[in-house]
Design a protein around this ligand. Structure first.
Ligand code: FES
Length: 83
């Protein structure tokens, strides 16, 4: 298992450009980060939002997402992240 990155594509995050976050992950893929789309994370007014390894991050931009992902430790394939 890898790092888990879930990007909210709920209605409010959607209108606040969560697609730009998805595009960032597609532009800079990492083998050890599993990216998924997800529904509302319950912080709509602060979106776009995502969940990284179980922690919600609000008011995201592609640059902030890039910084978060770059700060993740590289995982050997098959290693599980404890949550
Ligand atoms: S729509 Fe994204 S947190 Fe609610």
């Amino acid at each position: 298992m890898n790092h888990s990155l879930r990007i909210c594509v709920g209605p409010t995050c959607g209108v606040n450009f969560s697609n730009d976050l998805l595009a960032e992950t597609e532009d800079r893929p990492r083998d050890d980060v599993m990216v998924e789309r997800c529904g509302c994370l319950g912080h709509c007014e602060e979106g776009p939002n995502l969940m990284l390894n179980g922690a919600v991050h609000i008011d995201m931009t592609p640059n902030r997402l890039r910084d978060l992902v770059n700060a993740l430790p590289a995982l050997p394939l098959g290693m599980e992240v404890s949550r």
